[in-house]
Design a protein around this ligand. Structure first.
Ligand SMILES: N[C@@H](CCC(=O)N[C@@H](CS)C(=O)NCC(=O)O)C(=O)O
Length: 244
């Protein structure tokens, strides 16, 4: 059961619905050629979804949700994600009709499975990708997010900074060790696990993380950052940020 279904709220986006934060219209002419709509901003969790779609060579409608202005907390956005966060994926051609999906790791798995790429089909190779994805969602992503929050907070809280920045540094060193053994985080092949981790290392400065003492991680980051699909995705999410 999904988080949204568990909360008793609709997790499917009705075909006829034309609301949404940015005026999403399931019946727009754009949808005739584009089955995916992504609600996102230039953030570490958001960028993962456009990266996967670019890697898969799929068209998508990208809609900005300005988290700096709190648009993710707007009442209208709760229909897309009751958790009030980006990214959100709408697949107008899901197996059950139009559907809405939240949680970046779940979205990556959904797209990889639907299109049969970036996730091994079975066995230990598949398990290794999930191992990294769960590590990402339960350890790396929260540590980086909280480290950034407390480091950038107006009122200094040393205990919180020590705890979360320390944890962000620890998981960074841990991954450097993993990448000393293999080219990609889950093995020999580039996968959605690399894409998940890349999102946060792209925004590592927010969390107070650098690559000074993690050469294997730096090598991996440069390899992923040079992929044309990754560069296209970054350009698209950066274009969502209004000029200052
Ligand atoms: N576990 C969620 C985390 C999503 C998340 O924290 N998104 C951030 C942007 S990277 C956000 O929407 N922040 C605004 C807020 O928390 O209000 C996921 O992986 O999708």
């Amino acid at each position: 059961m999904t988080l949204i279904a568990a909360a008793g709220l609709p997790w499917r986006w009705p075909r006829a619905h034309s609301g949404g934060l940015a005026g999403a219209s399931a019946g727009s002419s754009f949808e005739k050629t584009t089955v995916y709509t992504v609600y996102a901003f230039a953030t570490p969790n958001s960028v993962k979804v456009p990266i996967v779609l670019e890697e898969l060579g799929l068209a998508y409608d990208l809609r900005g949700v300005n988290v700096r202005k709190g648009e993710q907390k707007a009442e209208s956005f709760a229909a897309l994600n009751v958790n009030g966060k980006v990214p959100v994926l709408i697949d107008s051609d899901g197996s059950d009709g139009a559907m809405t999906l939240t949680e970046s790791a779940a979205i990556l798995v959904y797209l990889a499975e639907k299109h049969g790429q970036l996730l091994p089909a079975e066995g230990m190779a598949r398990a290794r990708v999930f191992e990294q994805l769960f590590f990402h969602a339960s350890a790396l992503s929260p540590a980086f997010g909280q480290s950034g929050f407390f480091r950038n907070h107006a009122e200094p809280m040393p205990v919180a900074i020590d705890r979360f920045h320390g944890e962000a540094k620890r998981v960074t060193r841990l991954l450097d060790g993993v990448l000393a053994q293999r080219p990609y985080v889950a093995g020999d092949a580039y996968s959605i696990a690399d894409i998940a981790h890349f999102g946060w290392f792209w925004r590592r400065a927010f969390a107070g993380i650098d690559f000074a003492e993690t050469p294997n991680l730096a090598r991996w980051y440069e390899t992923v950052a040079q992929r044309p699909a990754v560069q296209r995705a970054i350009a698209r999410v950066e274009a969502l940020v209004p000029a200052a």
